[in-house]
Design a protein around this ligand. Structure first.
Ligand code: NAD
Length: 349
C-alpha cells in the first residue's frame, strides 16, 4: 500500500503525540536524542495488547516492538481512539495483522534494515562462542581452572555452513563466513544473484539439511516457516550439527530440538530468540521463579548458548532505528516528499 492511499493525519501543524510501548531506557535515550520539535514521545514499559491498548487514548501514533501483539481487536480499538499509524521499531512484522490494518486504513511502518551487520555479527559470536566453548572457558579461568578437557572445538575453515534465508542478514553472515574459508550453501524461496556472485550456492532445503556442519536461520516467521526446524528435519541433519537461530523463535520446535540434543544428535545450539520469549525476554527476572520448564531445560545443556534477543543491540542499529522511526512518523504526518521519498514510502507495509 502506498502512502497516497492514507488520509492525511489532520495533525500537520500540531505536535504528533506518540506512545512508545515495550520501551526500555535505551529506547528512550535514542528516540529522545533524535526527537524533532514536531514529535512528543511518551514511554511505557508495558507491551501493547488488547488489555493495554487503552493507554493509547489521546495519541496519534503507537510505536511498538517485536513482542507487542497488534491483532484485529487492537487495531479496531486504536482506530476508535483516533490512532492512525503503527510505527514498528523493528524489521519483522509477524506480530501485526498487516492485512487487517490495510483493510481498515491503518498505516503500518517499520525499520526494514537498521543494521543487518549487527545481527550477522551476533550470529557469528554465537557460533564462535559455542564452538570454542567460551561460555565455559570464561567461568573456568575465573575460578582458576585451566583444564582444557571438554573445551575442544573445530576449525571453521573448510566447514559447510547452511544459510536458510539469504536476505540482508543472511548475506551479511555469508560475507563473514566466506572470510573464514567456509563453504556456503543456501536455501531461499527467492534466490539472489548477489549470493551466487559471492561464491555461495543455492541448494534444496533437504540437501542443505543433510550436508551442513552448521545451519543458521535468517528467514522470516511466516505460517509456512513456523517450526521449519522440526523432528523430521532435525533427524535428517548431520550428527553433531550446530544450529543457530537469530531470526524468530517459532522457526524452531523447541521440544523437538531438546529431544535431538538429548539424543546427542545436535552438537550445539545457539539461540538469540525463543519460541515463547514474549513473556520472558527484555526484563530482569533474576529474582523470579521462571515457570517456563521448556526454557529452563534448555539452560541445563552445556552445549546450548542463549542470549535474550540482543542481535540488534548495537549503537549503530539503535541510532538507525530511532532515526527511521522518526522519519516514518514525520513522513506519514506531513505527507511531505522528503529526498529519500521512495526509501521511506517503502517502509510502509
Ligand atoms: P530480509 O527480508 O532481508 O530476508 C529474509 C529472506 O528470507 C528473504 O531473502 C526471503 O526471500 C527469505 N524467505 C522468505 N520465506 C522463506 C522461506 N519459506 N524459506 C527460506 N527463505 C525464505 O530480512 P532480514 O533483514 O535479513 O531479517 C531476517 C530475519 O531476522 C527477520 O525476519 C527477523 O525475524 C530477524 N531479525 C532478528 C533480529 C534480532 O535481534 N535477533 C533483528 C532483526 C531481524
Amino acid at each position: 500500500m502506498t502512502l497516497d492511499q492514507y488520509k492525511p493525519s489532520g495533525n500537520q501543524t500540531q505536535q504528533n503525540k506518540v506512545i512508545v510501548f515495550s520501551s526500555q531506557a535505551y529506547d528512550k535515550d535514542f528516540l529522545t536524542q533524535h526527537c524533532p520539535d514536531s514529535i512528543e514521545f511518551q514511554f511505557f514499559e508495558t507491551k501493547l495488547d488488547a488489555k493495554s491498548v487503552v493507554l493509547a487514548s489521546g495519541f496519534d501514533v503507537v510505536s511498538v516492538f517485536v513482542n507487542d501483539t497488534i491483532d484485529a481487536e487492537v487495531i479496531d480499538a486504536l482506530l476508535e481512539m483516533g490512532v492512525e499509524h503503527i510505527a514498528l521499531r523493528c524489521a519483522g512484522y509477524n506480530n501485526v495483522d498487516v492485512e487487517y490494518a490495510n483493510e481498515r486504513g491503518m498505516a503500518v511502518s517499520r525499520v526494514p534494515a537498521y543494521s543487518p551487520q549487527a545481527v550477522a555479527e551476533h550470529t557469528i559470536a554465537l557460533m564462535m562462542a559455542l564452538n570454542r566453548k567460551l561460555h565455559k572457558a570464561y567461568n573456568r579461568v575465573k575460578e582458576g581452572n585451566f583444564d582444557l578437557n571438554g573445551l575442544l572445538g573445530f576449525n571453521l575453515y573448510g566447514k559447510t555452513v547452511g544459510i536458510i534465508g539469504t536476505g540482508k542478514i543472511g548475506q551479511a553472515v555469508i560475507n563473514i563466513l566466506l572470510g573464514f574459508g567456509c563453504k556456503i550453501i543456501c536455501y531461499d524461496v527467492a534466490q539472489s544473484v548477489d549470493v551466487t556472485a559471492k561464491g555461495a550456492h543455492y541448494t534444496s532445503l533437504d540437501e542443505l539439511t543433510q550436508q551442513s556442519d552448521i545451519i543458521s536461520l535468517h528467514c522470516p516467521l511466516l505460517p509456512e516457516t513456523k517450526h521449519l526446524i522440526n523432528n523430521a528435519r532435525l533427524s535428517a541433519m548431520k550428527e553433531g550439527v550446530m544450529l543457530i537461530n537469530t531470526s524468530r523463535g517459532k522457526l524452531v520446535d523447541t521440544k523437538a530440538v531438546i529431544n535431538a540434543i538429548k539424543r546427542k544428535h545436535i552438537g550445539a545450539l545457539g539461540l538469540d530468540v525463543y519460541e515463547m520469549e514474549e513473556n520472558l525476554f527484555f526484563k530482569n527476572r533474576s529474582s523470579e521463579i521462571i515457570e517456563d520448564d521448556v526454557f529452563q531445560r534448555l539452560l541445563t545443556f552445556p552445549n546450548v548458548l542463549i542470549t535474550g534477543h540482543q542481535g540488534f543491540f548495537t549503537h549503530e542499529a539503535l541510532t538507525e532505528i530511532a532515526q527511521t522511526t522518526i522519519s516514518n512518523i514525520e513522513y506519514f504526518a506531513s505527507q511531505q516528499k522528503p529526498e529519500q521519498e521512495d526509501a521511506i514510502a517503502s517502509n510502509f507495509l
